[in-house]
Design a protein around this ligand. Structure first.
Ligand SMILES: Cc1cc2nc3c(=O)[nH]c(=O)nc-3n(C[C@H](O)[C@H](O)[C@H](O)COP(=O)(O)OP(=O)(O)OC[C@H]3O[C@@H](n4cnc5c(N)ncnc54)[C@H](O)[C@@H]3O)c2cc1C
Length: 393
């Protein structure tokens, strides 16, 4: 039996932990937050990741806990409908996937699934990793020191523990900030993802959930970096200024900014040419964040976590396992990270002309002919989630 420390209890962490525990390893998960985090919105589980949930016996439960989103409707000036894309009815396609679930809900399902087999430690984090050929000495913020055979870093795009082994990981910023909020549901809210194209690089979104609230999203194209590091008051002031007078339901969302649960992200991809250093290995967003606009981040996290555990099961030596994991995942990750040209700026246009062109493109993409051809924009809403074959468990 090997002792493994996993850092991060969202999607990739508990999934890796589950499969490693199932293979007989002694697994501990450390999470920086004091409890499971509930923030975030609808995420898509597509293609190969559906199969991972299936193999964990969780697919039906996840489907039963979906958000009930009926599809995506784009709105233009004055809230006028531009185009409508019903939810897909298969594993892979469409802006609204068949398996849409709140991120916090999926995290909870994965936690519940692993709670009996994995030791969870909340409110702590790794501060130092010292490895020798036989193991890794881990120091935690709490002051505890422990030795593990392997360490898996699954602690997201802003992983601080990654900095301990691969400092200054290159980030590819997309020039876009998203604020995710949970706000009260109004009587006239619908079960569609309503995406209002507000102009001046802004998008205002409302999405249904299965908890009786609405999930709001404010998209802002901006060259200013570091907004995610500002305190909440400064973020609120900035968002109020940027979205003032944007129209449609914007004022309703801005009115909730002071108190609503909020998670703000400055979209950046992580591109690393290696995902392991000795006995420490990365997975999920910490390794290869593709960003939410890829539509495949959670799918990559689930498949990567599963693949890592499968490779460790298939090889006696962790170096061979990590090389195998890299070789299997890298082509899939590269496809997932490669966004359609103009993403995300084209969908959040700055000018009136840009808004008009987007409206025309969306109408064409939603037309029956384009739907038959698989979408005029090619990859629009169709990330390559099924272009991966899972190894045996
Ligand atoms: C709060 C939150 C809300 C999100 N909302 C959305 C959304 O609305 N839409 C969307 O597409 N994607 C969202 N995401 C991102 C999405 O979950 C990921 O892209 C994807 O599921 C991959 O998951 P992951 O497990 O690799 O990383 P993440 O989901 O980012 O999880 C990383 C986990 O590690 C923990 N952590 C961070 N640093 C440390 C540390 N030093 N030590 C220990 N633990 C640490 C975090 O608290 C978190 O629980 C959100 C992520 C988070 C954390």
């Amino acid at each position: 039996m090997t002792s493994v420390l996993v850092s991060g209890a969202s999607v990739a962490g508990p999934t890796t932990a589950s499969w490693l525990a199932r293979a007989g390893h002694d697994v501990t998960v450390v999470e920086r937050a004091d409890s499971l985090r509930d923030e975030g919105q609808n995420i898509d589980v597509r293609g190969a990741a559906r199969e991972v949930l299936r193999r964990m016996g969780l697919e039906e439960t996840a489907l039963a806990h979906g958000t009930g989103e009926q599809g995506t409707v784009f709105l233009g000036e004055g809230g006028r409908e531009l185009a409508r894309f019903p939810a897909s009815s298969d594993d892979t396609t469409g802006p609204t996937a068949e398996l849409e679930i709140l991120r916090g809900r999926l995290g909870q399902l994965l936690f519940d699934h692993t709670e009996d087999d994995v030791a969870y430690r909340f409110g702590d984090q790794i501060t130092a990793l010292d490895q020798d050929p036989d193991g890794v000495d881990v120091t935690f913020a709490s002051g505890t020191q422990e030795r593990y055979d392997l360490v898996v870093l699954a602690d997201g795009v802003n992983s601080r523990s990654r900095e301990l082994v691969l400092p200054d990981a290159p980030r590819r910023y997309l020039g876009m900030v998203i604020a995710y909020l949970t706000i009260p549901r109004a009587d006239d809210d619908t079960d569609w993802w309503r995406w209002y194209v507000a102009g001046r690089g802004r998008g205002v979104n409302l999405r249904p959930d299965d908890t009786g609230t609405q999930r709001a999203m404010l998209n802002l194209m901006t060259d200013v970096r570091g907004i995610d590091a500002l305190d909440r008051d400064a973020q609120v002031t900035l968002l109020r200024r940027a979205f003032a007078g944007a129209g449609w339901q914007t004022d309703r969302i801005l009115a909730e900014l002071d108190d609503a649960p909020m998670y703000l992200e400055d979209l950046a991809q992580i591109h690393l040419d290696r995902w392991s250093v000795g006995r420490v290995v990365l997975t999920g967003d910490a390794a290869w964040c593709a960003t939410p606009v890829s539509g495949i981040g959670t799918t990559l996290a689930l498949t990567g976590a599963y693949t890592l555990a499968a490779c460790l099961a298939a090889h006696d030596d962790h170096r061979a396992a990590f090389a195998d994991y890299d070789a299997r995942m890298r082509p899939f990750v590269e496809k997932g990270q490669s966004l359609p040209p103009g993403t995300p700026g084209l969908a959040n246009p700055q000018t009136d002309l840009g808004r008009k062109l987007l409206g025309t493109a969306l109408k064409l993409a939603a037309s029956p002919v384009a739907t038959k051809l698989g979408g005029i924009a090619g990859r629009f809403g169709n990330p390559p989630a099924d272009e991966y074959e899972l190894p045996a468990a």
